[in-house]
Design a protein around this ligand. Structure first.
Ligand code: HEC
Length: 139
């Protein structure tokens, strides 16, 4: 009888662990789906854009250039060169896509990940700045 008790205890524990893993998986997947629908939670106020500009000047300008053309001093070493924001921002990328590129970088393309360097808010501020500042211009 004792033996049986112990066995059912093990079975119950294994069941609980399996359930926990399944639950975790569901949560992770749900969060991932959520990430695809992320919308910038920070309104593009002048204050947000100002914070975004200082983030840009400090962390992005070296590659993406003063006016977002992808012609910063570090760009010459990159192949392909950094995106020209004047056109890329007009291409209809979603907030979620842009936020993910800034957070995780673009593997193989020289775009670094800023997940550890910038806070979540700083990443949204810089996106506000980039989106509102480097609009397409007539050449
Ligand atoms: C070391 C150089 C470098 C730095 C620093 C850098 N980038 Fe990039 N970035 C790149 C390269 C290279 C690409 C890929 C080129 C492309 O997508 O056309 C890229 C692509 C991007 C894209 C995707 C553009 C698109 O539409 O395809 C975004 C958005 C972006 N960078 C934002 C930023 C922001 C914001 C910062 C600062 C927080 C930053 N980058 C800092 C090099 C850099």
């Amino acid at each position: 009888m004792r033996r049986l008790d112990r066995r059912s205890l093990w079975i119950a524990a294994a069941g609980a662990a399996a359930l926990g893993v399944a639950l975790l998986l569901v949560l992770v997947l749900a969060q991932r789906r959520d990430a695809d629908h992320l919308v910038n939670p920070i309104a593009a106020t002048p204050e947000s854009i100002a914070v975004g500009e200082s983030v840009y000047r400090a962390h992005c300008q070296v590659c993406h250039g003063v006016s977002g053309r992808g012609d910063g001093p570090a760009a010459a070493a990159l192949n392909p060169p950094p995106a020209d924001f004047r056109f890329h921002m007009a291409m209809g990328h979603t907030d979620a896509q842009l936020f993910r590129w800034i957070s995780d970088g673009i593997p193989g393309l020289g775009m670094p990940a800023f997940r550890r360097t910038l806070t979540v808010d700083e990443r949204w501020h810089v996106l506000n700045f980039v989106r509102r500042t480097f609009t397409p211009v007539e050449e």
